[in-house]
Design a protein around this ligand. Structure first.
Ligand SMILES: [Fe+2]
Length: 261
């Protein structure tokens, strides 16, 4: 939640999903192969094959990204808009990605330098090296409670420096990703955090705000969809019908008597 007048929540212009790993990790590098081959127009930002296998963050990185976020998203619970401390994005995706991925190889960059990469941090878009991008972010239009905003994991973004509105900004951050190996691995750790009320992986551990909250969300609050999305096994309720279903037959002539001890 961001209070009116706030100037402290002021993240740098950045791209989530790791930094140097995009050049260093073999699977992650494959995502951008068309750009490296000089065919940036053939690059498909929505191809998921290699992203679902990429190591986006080195082990132990706080604020890292061990979950393949096909999209990052917000569910807004308040009114916001330009000038009210909202999200700012660079809408160009393919063009901007080609620019910042090839930037280390430009003649004005010292050999071996990767502008914007800092150990254990997200990828920074800087005035020094990426001025063309940094000067052209736009604020989201007016949004209200219940609106959602989704952006690609390689979108350049930040938030407005100053919240000039008159009501708090409140959003739920929601990363969305497919069922794949690295996300199943993330969910295994996330389920543990959820049950304990601690911060999930990739979020600062010192944020364990909810550990002592009374009535915080718990296992029993999850619907079947929630259980499935978190990777919990669904409870199996044995009835004559479900038993027939598990047998793979719909032949109701086989009468089945459910006997309870
Ligand atoms: Fe971000």
């Amino acid at each position: 939640m961001r209070q009116p007048g706030d100037t402290l929540f002021n993240p740098s212009i950045h791209i989530d999903g790791g930094g140097i790993e995009r050049w260093k990790d073999p699977a992650y590098r494959q995502v951008y192969r068309h750009i490296f081959d000089g065919r940036w127009k053939d690059y498909d930002p929505f191809e998921a094959d290699y992203r679902a296998e990429a190591t986006m963050t080195e082990a132990g990185t706080t604020n890292g990204c061990s979950f393949f976020r096909a999209f990052q998203g917000w569910l807004s619970m308040s009114h916001s808009g330009p000038g009210k401390g909202t999200l700012r994005v660079l809408p160009l995706l393919k063009e901007a990605t080609a620019f910042w991925m090839l930037r280390p190889f430009a003649s004005d960059v010292p050999e071996g330098a990767f502008p914007g990469c800092y150990p254990s941090k997200t990828f920074h878009i800087t005035q020094r090296w990426h001025k063309l991008l940094a000067d052209h972010l736009v604020s989201l239009p007016e949004i209200g409670p219940g609106d959602t905003v989704w952006w690609h994991p390689d979108i350049v973004h930040t938030v407005e420096n100053h919240h000039g509105g008159d009501e708090p900004n409140a959003v739920f951050y929601t990363g969305f990703g497919p069922d794949c190996r690295i996300n199943r691995n993330y969910l295994r750790h996330m389920r543990h955090s959820f049950l304990l009320g601690t911060s999930p992986p990739d979020f600062p551990e010192k944020n364990n705000f909810e550990v002592d909250y009374k009535d915080r969300a718990a296992f029993d609050d999850l619907s079947d969809v929630g259980l499935k999305m978190a990777g919990f096994p669904l409870p199996t309720i044995l009835t004559p019908d479900s038993f027939q279903h598990h047998l793979g037959t719909s032949n109701k002539d086989h009468s089945f008597q459910c006997k309870w001890p």
